[in-house]
Design a protein around this ligand. Structure first.
Ligand code: 5GP
Ligand code: MG
Length: 174
């Protein structure tokens, strides 16, 4: 089976426009309050790098690597592969994600980070696929809403590949 990634869903210039809009919303909402930005590895590494360079407040950049799985007797559990390095107690925290799909990962991550008593905790995602949601989770900042297709590029992968594309493409298996 061959993988075809010819179909561009979101162009690089649309991504640049999205970054401009999101960063001006964030700059407006946080003003000069310090912010801890938590990029979710690996998919959000490019989005995080692009976003923080457009932010005007003092920023600490950190990363977490997590995944969610649905167990036999649970609605979902969070597996932490890499935790953050900074203490978020009393701080404004922004989770930066590549794409929200079912919403499971971010719902579980939000619960976990809220226990650490941040001053505020919000979610910023580059892409949102609301048609696939199984948990009621609405990102505070959303870049571009996408249809129910498997997408790659701009950090998003298929088996580790295609993260380096500077646009978003739809995967077709032929
Ligand atoms: P969920 O919201 O279902 O808990 O999980 C979201 C995660 O699933 C994302 O962070 C991403 O890693 C992965 N994911 C969901 N949809 C896509 C997609 O269309 N393309 C890629 N490459 N990953 C996706
Ligand atoms: Mg991810």
């Amino acid at each position: 089976m061959a993988i075809n990634t010819d179909q561009v869903l979101v162009s690089h210039s649309e991504i640049e426009q999205m970054l401009e809009r999101l960063s001006s919303e964030l700059n407006r909402d946080y003003g000069d309050e310090p912010l801890i930005v938590v990029g979710i590895l690996t998919g959000a590494f490019i989005f995080t790098a692009d976003l923080v360079r457009r932010l005007e407040m003092p920023v600490i950049v950190d990363f977490m690597q997590v995944s969610s799985y649905v167990g036999e007797f649970s609605t979902g559990e969070l597996k932490i592969k890499k935790d953050m390095s900074y203490d978020i107690k009393g701080m404004n925290v922004l989770i930066v994600e590549d794409i929200v799909d079912t919403g499971r990962t971010l719902a579980l991550l939000k619960d976990l980070l809220l226990k650490r008593q941040p001053k505020s905790l919000k979610i910023c995602t580059a892409f949102d696929k609301p048609s696939r949601r199984v948990i009621d989770l609405v990102p505070d900042y959303n870049g571009i809403t996408v249809p129910d297709e498997f997408i790659v590029g701009y950090g998003l992968d298929l088996d580790g590949k295609y993260r380096d594309f500077d646009d978003i493409r739809i995967v077709r298996k032929e």
